[in-house]
Design a protein around this ligand. Structure first.
Ligand SMILES: [Zn+2]
Length: 198
């Protein structure tokens, strides 16, 4: 049996997403056996995040400043707001480097099963932002799951009075994808949303 402090560390690590008890034990051993190379840098990183990282009061991004760098950046297109479920989705867009507008992080999706209602998400704040002068488009980039779709329809409805263009990410063939490997839903949607060859 590990000593109580080690056991507590394993328990905390096992609560992290993606880490089960087995990987938590391995991670704990790795940290303990490498105090200089692994444990101390991790402690410093955790302390720094705790001390400096906050949620952006405008868009829900996490950053060392509030409003976040993206909201403050005058180079970014303030006429367009891209709605994502989680900060991780915002990071995915930033990695792709294909979007130059602003974001809005909902904090989840509507879900009957999980009891998530509009009040649990940052929806009122989104509507307020969409009504601000200068905003022309809201891109809904929720996931292509059932709850993601339901949320997109709900948002489109709520956004109507704002008088902005409401768009939705396209579904279809992934770049580099092969027909034979696509699931039925993706293939059917790609066919339904086909476009003229440019
Ligand atoms: Zn922000």
């Amino acid at each position: 049996m590990p000593a109580p402090p080690v056991e507590r560390l394993i328990q905390q690590l096992a609560r992290l997403p993606g880490l089960g008890p087995r990987s938590a034990r391995r991670a704990a051993l790795h940290l303990i056996q490498r105090p200089e190379a692994a444990l101390s840098p991790l402690l410093r990183a955790l302390a720094e995040v705790e001390a400096s990282v906050r949620v952006c009061g405008v868009c829900g991004n996490i950053d060392a400043r509030d409003p976040c760098e993206i909201c403050r950046d005058p180079e970014r297109d303030a006429t367009s707001i891209c709605v994502v479920e989680q900060v991780g989705d915002l990071w995915a867009f930033e990695r792709a480097g294909a979007y130059r507008g602003r974001y809005h992080v909902l904090g989840g999706v509507l879900s009957v099963l999980d009891g998530v209602t509009p009040e649990d998400l940052s929806i009122d704040a989104l509507i307020r932002r969409a009504c601000e002068p200068g905003v022309r488009e809201v891109v809904i980039a929720t996931n292509a799951t059932l709850d993601g779709q339901t949320t997109a329809h709900y948002l489109a409805d709520r956004l109507k009075p704002a008088g902005v263009a409401v768009t939705r990410l396209a579904h279809g063939m992934p770049v580099g994808g092969e027909l034979d490997y696509l699931d039925d839903g993706t293939l059917a949607t790609a066919l339904r949303l086909r476009r003229p060859v440019e």
